[in-house]
Ligand binder design. Structure first.
Ligand code: 5GP
Length: 190
């Protein structure tokens, strides 16, 4: 996605060879026009997949996921990183290891918002080792729902997430694929 590539090159900041900071348009301040364009791209790619619901993981997946849901005219469900007092009772939960925080959290979904008839698209901001996306897929499947695909805004293709997810049979579509990160260096997959 040209507009995203350009923005990553202009505003992205490689904190190390493994972590990209994009606080100015995705992870802290959000650029709605860019998010809308992401929604268009995801919709165009996944429109024939029979999707009934979009799942995302709080919090940075919400903006691209809601823009996709709006354009596909579907509901979006935010998976919580901790079970709040409001979500008591009937929940699906799974443990996910956080790439950025280096610790585990309990990804949580109320049973009210998924059924065995659902066909789910998982959308997230980054793909590194694939733990977050896999956790989201696990929660959907626990209810009997199908996972039709995984949509990622920024994939770090030098990390193992895509291969792991594809090996498990998931279709992964990423708007930007980074081949290499380093000091003053952001290289996309050609
Ligand atoms: P994974 O579960 O694939 O290892 O990591 C994906 C999750 O970690 C994403 O939900 C995202 O929040 C976070 N993450 C992974 N790599 C990066 C990165 O380079 N930059 C930022 N800002 N977040 C990342």
């Amino acid at each position: 996605m040209e507009m995203l590539h350009k923005r990553i090159l202009e505003d992205g900041n490689a904190l190390s060879e493994n972590v990209l900071k994009v606080d100015s348009f995705l992870n802290h301040q959000v650029d709605p026009e860019l998010m809308y364009e992401m929604g268009t791209q995801f919709k165009n790619y996944f429109k024939e997949h029979g999707i009934t619901k979009i799942f995302t993981i709080e919090s940075s997946g919400i903006a691209p996921a809601v823009m996709t849901a709006m354009q596909m005219n579907l509901p979006m469900v935010t998976l919580k990183k901790e079970a709040s007092k409001i979500l008591n009772g009937d929940v699906y939960q799974t443990t996910v290891h956080s790439f950025t925080k280096g610790k585990d959290y309990e990804l949580t979904l109320s049973k009210k918002y998924v059924t065995a008839e659902d066909c789910v698209l998982v959308i997230d901001d980054f793909l590194a080792n694939g733990e977050a996306a896999l956790g989201a897929a696990r929660l959907a499947e626990e209810s009997g729902a199908k996972v039709a695909g995984i949509g990622i805004v920024i994939e770090k293709s030098f990390q193992p997430g895509r291969k792991m997810l594809e090996d498990k049979g998931y279709e992964v579509y990423s708007l930007a694929r980074i081949a290499k990160l380093g000091k003053d260096l952001i290289e996309f997959v050609k």
